[in-house]
Ligand binder design. Structure first.
Ligand code: THU
Length: 155
């Protein structure tokens, strides 16, 4: 495939390697730091999520578990709450990291958002959102193909 062709999710190969590096380095650091604050007495799996909005705001969140296991809030839930509480807007970069409490902050690896959180991200994604995945940067369409969205609710 030529480097100018759009890849899965509409992100060109060129976009995969350039300007994201510095931004993702920063987002990874923020995600690893916020993961330290996660409340995970049950899974011990700390997750940190970090995103960058189109207008340059940094938003983040960590997972918050609950004795009613199904009530658990994923890290992305906190991050999206912060996005909306801070004025809304759309995400253009996103990453989440996770690992159990044996792992030191700098060792927590990139993890995929769960299915529910992909849906959350989809609602607030800029058209050119890039998600850093364990397999590299991907567009929203690549991680949630044929997403159900606001347009489906229109008459
Ligand atoms: N978790 C997240 O915070 N985000 C995800 O996208 C995947 C899962 C959390 C929920 C739970 O506290 C722990 O990871 C183990 O599932």
């Amino acid at each position: 495939m030529s480097t100018s062709e759009p890849a899965a999710g509409g992100i060109s190969d060129q976009d995969r390697t350039i300007p994201d590096d510095a931004e993702f380095e920063r987002l990874l650091a923020v995600a690893r730091e916020i993961a330290e604050r996660a409340y995970t007495p049950y899974s011990h799996f700390r997750v940190g999520a970090a995103g960058l909005t189109e207008d340059g705001r940094l938003v983040r969140g960590c997972n918050v578990e609950n004795a009613g296991y199904g009530v658990t809030l994923c890290a992305e839930c906190g991050m999206i709450s912060e996005l909306i509480a801070g004025g809304g807007g759309r995400l253009r970069r996103f990453v989440c990291v996770g690992g159990d409490e044996q792992l030191r902050r700098e060792e927590r690896g990139v993890v995929m958002p769960c299915g529910r959180c992909r849906q959350l991200l989809s609602e607030h994604a800029a058209p050119d959102l890039v998600i850093l995945t364990p397999e590299g940067p991907r567009g929203m369409d690549a991680v949630l193909p044929q997403a159900f969205g606001p347009a489906d609710l229109l008459p």
